[in-house]
Design a protein around this ligand. Structure first.
Ligand SMILES: NC(=O)c1ccc[n+]([C@@H]2O[C@H](COP(=O)([O-])OP(=O)(O)OC[C@H]3O[C@@H](n4cnc5c(N)ncnc54)[C@H](OP(=O)(O)O)[C@@H]3O)[C@@H](O)[C@H]2O)c1
Length: 288
């Protein structure tokens, strides 16, 4: 079985779990020619069983977004096989929790290496293929954390904020060549990012940290919030597919109502009021 030879070629990063896996499986089942990349292809089991369950096929290719040689190999593979890429979905990412003073420089840089420089590595490798044909879409999976910050996530917030500025700038630059740059800004969805893939600052759980009590409070608060979150992560795949199909898609795309409300509150409220609301949400119940 093969996909129609005129169906768009979609190149997705971070497909071993979560949004990447579901988006790859969804698009494969709908006839797109999907190149599902992941840094460790030994983890492809969940994706292949999801694809088998839904029907369709995908090309599973190893790629670590922080390793330029592996990015070049993956893009060369696609170029050799299909000759072009219609859509790039920069999805790979993780979030590190922890107060700034509890984070090491290395931890903050590592966060940027994946969420920001990783996106740049892949985008830099893919643009020439799109520019040549004067067409293409680059869809960057940002987050509500890209426009609304919170305590204990400064490294993650900053990486997504940087991704948003990069995407906005790149959108102007690539318009000349018929390439569209788009953002997807999801709110909270229960994926591995909060479980197996969750990372914390080296000093997060250290009793000597001045933030020890508040870190423990926030960890419980976020865990309870995520546990209570029943939105379907498939919504990201649905919105990505909509963006691929749309003639003139909007730049910012927030799939969930929670994220949309946050976006409008952020725009409508004076920052003093908005930040008091965020502070109350995160710190309510903290015993000092
Ligand atoms: N879930 C949410 O609530 C939420 C909300 C807003 C935005 N997001 C964003 O959505 C994206 C996907 O997250 P998710 O929720 O689907 O989390 P997830 O289930 O943890 O998936 C993250 C994916 O990124 C991959 N990855 C991490 N570092 C990588 C690297 N150096 N090279 C290649 N792949 C790498 C992981 O691969 P491994 O399996 O090898 O680690 C995994 O496939 C992230 O950019 C995240 O920031 C998530």
């Amino acid at each position: 079985m093969s996909q129609p030879s005129n169906s768009p070629v979609v190149f997705i990063t971070g497909c071993s779990s979560g949004f990447g896996l579901l988006t790859a499986a969804r698009l494969a089942s709908r006839g797109y020619r999907v190149v599902a990349t992941m840094r460790d292809t030994r983890k492809q089991g969940s994706l292949t069983s999801e694809i088998n369950r839904r029907g369709g096929i995908a090309d599973i290719v190893p790629m670590d977004v922080t390793d330029k040689a592996s990015v070049t190999r993956a893009v060369d593979h696609v170029n050799g096989r299909y000759g072009y890429i219609d859509v790039l979905v920069n999805n790979a990412g993780y979030g590190i929790g922890g107060f700034f003073e509890d984070l090491t420089d290395e931890e903050i840089r590592a966060q940027f290496e994946v969420n920001f420089f990783g996106v740049q590595n892949v985008t830099r490798a893919v643009i020439p293929l799109m520019r040549q044909r004067r067409r293409g879409k680059i869809i960057n999976i940002s987050s509500v954390a890209g426009f609304s910050a919170s305590p204990a996530f400064s490294a993650y917030n900053a990486s997504k904020w940087a991704l948003e500025a990069f995407s906005e700038s790149l959108r102007y630059e690539l318009k000349f060549f018929g390439i569209d740059v788009l953002l997807v800004e999801p709110g909270t969805y229960k994926t591995r990012i909060f479980y197996e893939n969750a990372r914390y600052a080296r000093y997060f759980d250290h009793p000597n940290s001045p933030y020890y009590a508040i870190s423990r409070h926030l960890k419980k608060k976020v865990a309870a919030y995520v546990e209570d979150c029943h939105k379907d992560p498939e919504e990201i795949g649905i919105i990505v597919e909509k963006l691929i199909r749309a003639k003139n898609p909007p730049f910012r795309n927030i799939p969930d109502v929670e994220g949309q409300i946050l976006y409008w509150l952020r725009r409508a409220l004076p920052f003093r009021v908005y930040s008091a609301m965020i502070r109350a949400f995160f710190l309510k119940g903290l015993k000092t």
